[in-house]
Design a protein around this ligand. Structure first.
Ligand code: PBG
Ligand code: ZN
Length: 328
């Protein structure tokens, strides 16, 4: 018997394949992460992330223009302060590095959507995402004192011009705390993109080189999620939705495609996936060795995130992907 169902019929030409394609990446989906450092005319490549740089504010502005010209709608800013301390002063100070970068970018490229990562790990002298009891070497971050610092951070970022606040420290109640602080300060229209389901992942290694935010002791397992858990991600997003989150993020992306899918099924809010540093570095390493076709691997991966349900993708490949999309 010959098969009557022949799915191959719809694969016979590029145009036909294009017509029946279910999911496709667009430039509008992309968010490009940038690392701001103090100083001027600085562009220092991150060793473990070829093509990714720590940039001084003047260079961030140049980069923001390039990103905008490529059609990418948004950047997310991380900051490396001059000084780190127990109170993460650099995170919430009005003259903080992210605040400066946000103001400069909004002045130069007003239409580019600037997201501020709202966390303390780059700014604390121990590298944890929150406040620790003085002398505590266990790394058990104190939840509610941390919320107070996050509130100040978010408000000063909004004041500096950030369009979206993205809390990433996995503290309980951080969305409602930040929401009420923003509202009180007059930023009712500033959305919150919550890192809602963020796992304790080894894939963050290269980012910690870039952001100089490796914990000096302990690890982040008392606040970031256990990699074995999926239902818990739904619990996390339900809380964040109830607290007033406007968008939800799953992080990392590749090893958590099922979580992206489940979160998308469970909410009508936009879902973002963070294609994290280690995922980028692995692709870069293989590509630089000539072991894989970088363009095809990256586009396949990013399309995979879309298929899983991501509406937005934070990725260090964003500029390359935008160029490839233009050429295709
Ligand atoms: C922490 C934070 C992390 C990343 C961004 N903000 C993870 C961590 O250090 O625990 C990771 C991003 C990446 O790996 O690309 N608030
Ligand atoms: Zn953090």
């Amino acid at each position: 018997m010959f098969p009557t169902h022949r799915p191959r019929r719809l694969r016979t030409s590029p145009q036909l394949r294009r017509m029946v394609r279910e999911n496709a990446l667009t430039t509008s989906d992309l968010i490009y992460p940038l690392f701001a450092v103090p100083g001027e005319a600085i562009a220092k490549e991150v060793k473990s992330m070829p093509g990714v740089y720590q940039l001084s504010v003047d260079k961030i502005v140049e980069e923001a223009k390039e990103v905008y010209d490529l059609g990418i709608p948004s950047i997310i800013l991380f900051g490396i302060p001059t000084d780190k301390d127990a109170d993460a002063t650099g995170a919430w100070h009005d003259c903080g590095i992210v605040q400066k970068a946000a103001t400069a970018v909004k002045e130069a490229v007003p239409d580019l959507v600037v997201i501020a990562d709202t966390c303390l790990c780059e700014y604390t002298n121990h590298g944890h995402c929150g406040y620790l009891e003085v002398g505590d070497l266990s790394g058990r971050v104190l939840n509610d004192p941390t919320l107070e610092l996050l509130k100040k951070t978010a408000v000063s970022q909004a004041k500096a011009g950030a369009d979206i606040i993205a809390p990433s420290g996995m503290m309980d109640g951080f969305v409602v705390a930040i929401r009420s602080a923003l509202d009180e300060a007059g930023y009712q229209d500033t959305p919150i993109l919550s890192y809602a389901a963020k796992y304790a992942s080894a894939y963050y290694g290269p980012f910690r080189d870039a952001a100089e935010s490796t914990p000096q002791f302990g690890d982040r397992r008392t606040y970031q999620m256990d990699p074995g858990n999926a239902r818990e991600a739904i619990k996390e997003i339900e809380l964040d939705i109830a607290e007033g989150a406007d968008m939800l993020m799953v992080k990392p992306a590749l090893a958590y495609m099922d979580v992206i899918y489940r979160v998308k099924e469970a909410t009508n809010l936009p879902v973002a996936a963070y294609n994290v540093s280690g995922e980028y570095s692995m692709v870069k390493a293989a590509a630089l060795n000539g072991w894989i076709d970088e363009e095809r691997v990256v586009m396949e991966t990013l399309t995979g995130f879309k298929r899983a349900g991501a509406d937005l993708i934070l990725t260090y490949h964003a500029k390359d992907a935008a160029r490839w999309l233009k050429d295709s």
